[in-house]
Design a protein around this ligand. Structure first.
Ligand code: ZN
Length: 278
């Protein structure tokens, strides 16, 4: 069985403050270690559950966080930036299942730890075909395009509740309980890693009961930016529509094309200089 693992940072065990999530800040080395240890628990659980090939994709910030020298040697690691499928780069029909480790709740829907959707400052919210979504749903839809079910997820309690609306069968490992965006009650690493490993193995043993999240095309993404500066620039993207002063939409024939449009809109929008009046 071939297993794909995407790993983000905000939802990693023990991580709570912004300094632990952002490269080059004090606390970042702790954050990346936490990501690495969570991944190792997921890889171990994957092999326990029947995987014989595991590919991990570093999905946080510059996507070079996981510590290669500490990673379980049975797993390959995709690292680095500029990947067209970003958090799910490298996924294809050849995989049997996916885990999302260290994810976080979508922007502004709750007090979830590190809640944000792709761009923490510039984006208020993203809708997919009219429904508010987070990174989990967007990436699950890309995995679903290739027929790959997301069978297990780890993060805080709010993420794990939120994701059930879209993936009701997903196994969840709650590694911390959110107090607000940058504080949490964290369970011990020993318990958290045990839980990730256990849920990972269980999800693969029962992989046949999981369905992939397939979103029928055409697919529309609508971005509500923090300000009109981002929306104005983002609407330079050919094919995009400026729905309202802060809102830009892009529709693709399927989720892959729509996601490419979404990221182009986001990258162009986020390039706006917005320091004073954001
Ligand atoms: Zn994220």
């Amino acid at each position: 069985m071939k297993l794909y693992i995407a790993v983000d940072g905000e939802g990693a065990s023990g991580v709570a403050t912004a300094n632990e999530m952002v490269p080059n800040r004090p606390g970042y080395e702790f954050g990346r270690r936490m990501m690495t240890l969570d991944v190792n628990a997921a890889v171990a659980g994957g092999f326990d559950g029947g995987a014989d090939e595991v590919v991990v994709n570093d999905s946080h910030w510059q996507m070079n966080n996981v510590e290669m020298e500490l990673l379980d040697p049975r797993a390959d690691l995709i690292r680095g930036v500029g990947k067209h499928l970003g958090m799910v780069e490298g996924i294809d029909e050849g995989f049997d299942a996916a885990f999302f480790i260290g994810l976080h709740a979508r922007a502004g829907g709750s007090d979830g730890v590190g809640n944000e959707t792709i761009y923490g400052r510039e984006v208020i919210g993203i809708r997919m075909n009219g429904n508010l979504v987070g990174e989990t749903e967007i990436n699950a839809a890309v995995a679903g395009y290739f027929g790959v079910p997301v069978v297990m997820i780890s993060g805080d309690n709010i993420l794990c509740e939120e994701v059930r609306q879209t993936l009701p069968e997903v196994e969840t490992a709650v590694v911390k309980y959110a107090i607000n965006r940058f504080s949490a009650r964290c369970i011990s690493l020993e318990k958290a890693h045990g839980l990730i490993r256990e849920k990972a193995a269980k999800s693969l043993r029962e992989v046949s009961r999981h369905k992939s999240f397939f979103v029928e095309g055409p697919v529309e993404f609508e971005v509500e930016f923090m300000s009109t500066a981002e929306a104005s620039l983002a609407s330079l993207m050919p094919g995009s529509v400026r729905r309202s002063p802060r809102c830009v939409a892009y529709t693709g024939k399927d989720v892959i094309e729509a996601r490419k449009g979404l990221f182009s809109v986001l990258i162009i929008g986020a390039s706006a200089s917005n320091d004073i009046y954001g």
